[in-house]
Design a protein around this ligand. Structure first.
Ligand code: HEM
Ligand SMILES: *[C@@H]1O[C@H](CO)[C@@H](O)[C@H](O)[C@H]1NC(C)=O
Ligand SMILES: *[C@@H]1O[C@H](CO)[C@@H](O)[C@H](O)[C@H]1NC(C)=O
Ligand SMILES: *[C@@H]1O[C@H](CO)[C@@H](O)[C@H](O)[C@H]1NC(C)=O
Ligand SMILES: *[C@@H]1O[C@H](CO)[C@@H](O)[C@H](O)[C@H]1NC(C)=O
Ligand SMILES: *[C@@H]1O[C@H](CO)[C@@H](O)[C@H](O)[C@H]1NC(C)=O
Ligand SMILES: *[C@@H]1O[C@H](CO)[C@@H](O)[C@H](O)[C@H]1NC(C)=O
Length: 323
């Protein structure tokens, strides 16, 4: 009898946990009814001030979710933080804007909304306000207690690596080929530094020649922008056709050898692409609404990576420090 009771309560507990681990779109409807309006207004202001901020904010959600799940671990300050990991150092930006959004949210509903959820809403609004698709953001994530610099160094994809490695890193967080290609379309907005693609421009992989997949006009343009021993911090558009507009031109670029990063062009031009990602690139380049719909569902997939829910983690008061 007693063991039956224990089994029964175990089942009850685990079903509660299952229910709680589901994020929902209405999570803050009672506790912070104006949340979505507040965030939208703050993002509008930030983008009016600097259009690139949309891209930077979208990237923050990605870099958060790939490391210990979407738990705002990226936002934690400190020398052992993720901000100092290779992919983020002197690169990830928008932390001050996140602070501003968090303050605005706190002054309306204090201690209720997680920084991880703010990043998820922010990413959606950044895409929408750049001309991209919208989707209903799932909410109810809580904030992590630790940053993971090693995790950021090993888990985030690198612009220099091969397609199979990129695919592997997405698979490690439960994302498939469709997600790899559609989410790479995030590179339809924003900028990248010379240091992230200049290895393609003069002596690619020790061949003595540039990357032969790179379209010749764009190549000479980039060679001028990023000469050997030049300033690696100089930036150029990831989608040179429409820098600030969220559209499917990123994929058209790949068909024409105009992907900026090696990891971009690999989706169409690497040997492995033929059997994996090339067809998807073609489809999205042809069909903007297919890209938009797939991007939206892949963003939801990415936002679902290992969320902390229930009583795990905490709701940070200040996104930069644990309470
Ligand atoms: C597929 C693997 C990916 C690699 C290797 C990669 C790599 C990079 C690199 C090297 C930069 C330039 C950073 C700099 O120069 O400071 C960048 C920028 C950016 N990435 Fe990715 N990325 C990937 C996937 C994604 C995903 C999934 C998203 C979002 C859905 C995304 C969104 C962005 C955005 C919006 C920017 C521009 C940021 C800005 O202008 O501040 N990337 N990425
Ligand atoms: C950091 O990330 C790595 C790679 O995902 C993982 O194995 C490790 O457990 C994480 N460490 C912490 C403290 O979360
Ligand atoms: C990836 O997963 C989605 C569901 O999230 C599915 O619709 C899609 O077909 C999958 N793609 C591949 C290449 O398996
Ligand atoms: C290109 O790089 C390789 C290996 O790093 C080197 O041996 C070669 O001399 C370089 N070629 C040119 C033309 O600079
Ligand atoms: C870019 O600027 C940062 C900060 O000023 C500097 O530490 C870094 O070395 C520069 N990176 C490159 C690739 O030039
Ligand atoms: C972008 O592409 C469109 C359609 O191919 C073209 O008409 C337009 O001139 C391009 N814009 C830029 C800035 O390259
Ligand atoms: C794009 O669509 C056209 C017309 O449906 C088709 O002929 C072409 O093969 C498609 N291109 C790609 C790259 O899928």
């Amino acid at each position: 009898m007693k063991s039956l009771l224990i089994i029964f309560s175990l089942i009850l507990c685990s079903s509660i946990i299952t229910v709680r681990s589901q994020l929902t779109t209405d999570f803050y409807d009672n506790t912070c009814p104006n949340l979505l309006k507040i965030v939208r207004q703050e993002i509008k202001k930030a983008i009016e001030n600097e259009m690139r901020m949309a891209a930077s904010l979208l990237r923050l959600h990605f870099h958060d979710c790939f490391v210990n799940g979407c738990d705002a671990s990226l936002l934690l300050d400190g020398s052992d933080g993720e901000k100092f990991a290779g992919p983020n150092l002197n690169s990830a930006r928008g932390f001050d804007v996140v602070d501003t959004i968090k303050s605005a949210v706190e002054s309306s509903c204090s201690g209720v909304v997680s920084c991880a959820d703010i990043l998820a809403i922010t990413a959606r609004d950044a895409v929408l306000l750049s001309g991209g698709p919208s989707w209903k953001v799932l909410l109810g994530r809580r904030d992590g207690l630790v940053a993971n610099q090693t995790g950021a160094n090993t888990g985030l994809p690198s612009p220099f690596e091969t397609l199979d490695k990129t695919i592997e890193k997405f698979a490690a967080v439960g994302l498939n080929l469709t997600d790899v290609v559609s989410l790479s379309g995030g590179h339809t907005i924003g900028l990248a530094k010379c240091a992230t693609f200049s290895q393609r421009l003069f002596n690619f992989s020790g061949t003595g020649a540039p990357d032969s997949t790179l379209e010749t006009n764009m190549l000479s343009d980039l060679q001028n922008l990023c000469p050997t021993n030049g300033d690696g911090n100089k930036t150029t558009a990831l989608d040179r056709n429409s820098t600030d507009l969220f559209d499917n031109h990123y994929f058209k670029n790949l068909l024409n050898g105009k992907g900026l990063l090696l990891s971009d062009q690999n989706l169409f031009s690497s040997d492995l692409a033929v059997s994996t990602t090339k067809t998807l690139v073609g489809s999205y380049s042809n069909d903007s609404s297919l890209f938009f719909n797939t991007f939206a569902s892949s963003m939801i997939n990415m936002g679902n990576i290992s969320p902390l829910t229930g009583s795990a983690g905490q709701i940070r008061k200040n996104c930069r420090v644990v309470n």
